[in-house]
Design a protein around this ligand. Structure first.
Ligand code: ZN
Ligand code: ZN
Length: 332
C-alpha cells in the first residue's frame, strides 16, 4: 500500500500497488511480513500533518515477519528467524549522539515507513543491525503493536522519571498507553488515566488503573510524573497542572500543533516538560524482553492489508479499540 500524495484519511490516500520484490543489499534482511500495526504517525504521514520525507513511500513501522533472505555480510541472522521492523531504521553510528547511546537523536537517523519503505506490504527490507529479534510464541497480530507503541511507551516512562511505586498519569489511552500502563503496574506504580472516551476509561480500570477520568478532570492526588499520548497541546498543560513539585511531563508525540500559553506557576517548583523523540535499539531490546516477561498484552483489530485506508479512517475517527493491524493475504 503506497502513499503517493497525502490527503484526508476519508479520501483513501494509500493506493494498492504491485512493486518489484525488494532485494536485500549488503547488511540487510528481506522480511516476509506477517502483520504490521497502524500507528497514529502513519495517519499523520498519510494526511500530510507529518511532512513526507520521500514520496512515494510504503508506510508502516510495526512489522512482524520472518527472514526470507540475507544480504551479503549479514551475521547473526538465519532464514526463518522471527524479526521485526520498528521506527528507527538506521543511524550513522559515528556521531557523538550515536556513540553516547542516543542514536534516537542522530541527525542522519532514518525511519521505517518515512525514509525507507515500511511494513504495509508483503515484503520489506531492513538493516540487519537494526532489526528486532522477536520471541516465538505470541502471534504476529498480537506482537505487532508492541513495536511502536510499546517501545516508545517504555522510553516515555523512562523520560518521565517515574520511580517504582510512584504516581503516574497517562493522558490519552490508545495502543501505546495500554502498554505503558502494564509496564507501570509491573513497577508497582499507581496509574491515573485521563481520556475522553468512557470505553477507554473502563478498559484502563480493568487493566489496573486506580483512577480514570475525563481529559479535563484533575486526578485526585498530585502526580509524580505524567506521559501525554493525545496529540493535543491542551493535554500537556492539563498534565502539568496535575503534577506534584519536581514532576515531569513526557510528551509522546512526533507532531503537536501547539502548546497553549499557561501561567509560569504551573512550571515553577522544578516541574519539567520534555518530549520523547524516536527510540534506540536498546529501548527496543529492553522493552521486548520486559514485554515477554510481564507479559504485556495488546488489544487488536486485524484488517486485510488492502483495507489499509479503512483502518486509517477508523483511527482518524477514534474508532479503533487498541491497535489496528494490517495482515497481508497468505502467499500462494
Ligand atoms: Zn509509531
Ligand atoms: Zn549518528
Amino acid at each position: 500500500m503506497v502513499l503517493r500524495r497525502p490527503g484526508p484519511a476519508g479520501s483513501g490516500p494509500l493506493e494498492p500497488a504491485e512493486l518489484p520484490d525488494p532485494r536485500p543489499g549488503r547488511g540487510e534482511l528481506l522480511l516476509e511480513v506477517g502483520a504490521c500495526a497502524v500507528c497514529r504517525t502513519d495517519l499523520q504521514l498519510a494526511e500530510g500533518d507529518l511532512a513526507a520525507r520521500r514520496l512515494p513511500i510504503v508506510p508502516g513501522h510495526q512489522a512482524v515477519g520472518r527472514v526470507a533472505a540475507l544480504g551479503a555480510g549479514v551475521h547473526g541472522w538465519r532464514e526463518g528467524d522471527r524479526a521485526g521492523a520498528y521506527w528507527l531504521a538506521g543511524a550513522c553510528g559515528v556521531c557523538d549522539r550515536c556513540r553516547s547511546g542516543r542514536e534516537n537523536l542522530c541527525e542522519d537517523a532514518v525511519f521505517t515507513g518515512w525514509d525507507r519503505d515500511g511494513g504495509f506490504a508483503e515484503r520489506m527490507v531492513v538493516r540487519a543491525d537494526f532489526a528486532a529479534a522477536l520471541p516465538e510464541g505470541p502471534g504476529d497480530v498480537a506482537l505487532a503493536p508492541l513495536l511502536c507503541g510499546g517501545i516508545i511507551g517504555h522510553r516515555a516512562l523512562a523520560a518521565s522519571g517515574i520511580a517504582p511505586g510512584g504516581r503516574l498519569g497517562l493522558y490519552g489511552f490508545g495502543a501505546s498507553a495500554l502498554c505503558a500502563l502494564q509496564l507501570a503496574r509491573h513497577m508497582g506504580c499507581e496509574v491515573y488515566v485521563c481520556t475522553r472516551s468512557e470505553r477507554e476509561r473502563a478498559r484502563a480500570r480493568a487493566l489496573g488503573a486506580v483512577w480514570a477520568g475525563g481529559s479535563e478532570e484533575r486526578p485526585p492526588v498530585p502526580l509524580d510524573a505524567a506521559v501525554t499520548f493525545a496529540p493535543v497541546g491542551e493535554v500537556v498543560v492539563a498534565a502539568l497542572a496535575a503534577l506534584d513539585r519536581g514532576g515531569t511531563v513526557a510528551v509522546n508525540a512526533i507532531h503537536l500543533d501547539r502548546i497553549p500559553e499557561f501561567p509560569y506557576e504551573l512550571l515553577w517548583w522544578e516541574r519539567a516538560i520534555r518530549s520523547v523523540a524516536n527510540v534506540t535499539r536498546a529501548d527496543a531490546a529492553e522493552f521486548l524482553a520486559l514485554a515477554a516477561e510481564i507479559p504485556v498484552t495488546t488489544q487488536t483489530e486485524p484488517h486485510p492489508l488492502e483495507d489499509a485506508n479503512a483502518a486509517l479512517g477508523r483511527l482518524s475517527r477514534g474508532e479503533v479499540e487498541g491497535a489496528a493491524v494490517l495482515v497481508p493475504a497468505p502467499r500462494r
